[in-house]
Design a binder for this molecule. Sequence first.
Ligand SMILES: [Zn+2]
Length: 273
Amino acid sequence: MTNNFYKICAANGAWFYKNEILERTGLVNHAFSTRIGGVSEGAYSSLNLGVNSKDEKQNVLSNFQLFSEAIGIQTEKMVLSNQVHDDKIRIVTKADCGKGVLLNSDIKGIDALITAESGVALATFYADCTPVLIVDLQKKVIASVHSGWRGTLLKITQKTVLKMTREFGCDPKDMVCAIGPSIKQCHFEVGKEVYDQFVNVFGQPAADNTIQKNGKYYVNTDALNVDALAACGVPLENISVCPLCTFCHNDVFYSHRGDGGITGRMCAVIELR
Ligand SMILES: [Zn+2]
């Protein structure tokens, strides 16, 4: 398990992060957006990519253009998820490109996207929840997974790996995974009832990866996602975890908790070259 994330400040002012391990595969273009370098104002300032937020629609579209230009992935190629903190996964193709931002979408209630086609950019959205990007190096299949705490409890990341295995003959040992910026253990405070759910699902590793302080519980969901990936056979050295906390670095990232609930959304996107 490694870090390997680095920041890029694009010429047009948009900031985003990349992961060295994904980049080294030479197979994909990918990015994790930030809130820096867009046109939105107020609570949405400034690179808000949340199509379902109450921000001005035109500003969100302008932000998509800025982000697309910065990362070199056309908005027309993006397929957007419509996340509901569940564990439904959809395989998408070129026929789905543009859905959710430029075109109407029939992709509803989907928290993870998979494709084996190049030129299809899988986009999932965040403001504290955990983005996980996955590449199978041999079969050339990719996935973008939205794993908030509910998704983590449902093991959506592991389910996505298993679906890639089942549907495309992928082998987890050939996969590399990047877990992006999200709310980290320092600020992921939950009550006993949520902590108990983590222990029910993950057992001892949940207890081992939780700090108790003043009657509250701080769960390391990254560690549990890594456990779930390793349990299905992804080599630990192929899993990269971004240490940046969206709440701690609220000036760079949208944070649902840090911004008091009204905020924009960042995007994690990946495309096979
Ligand atoms: Zn923090």
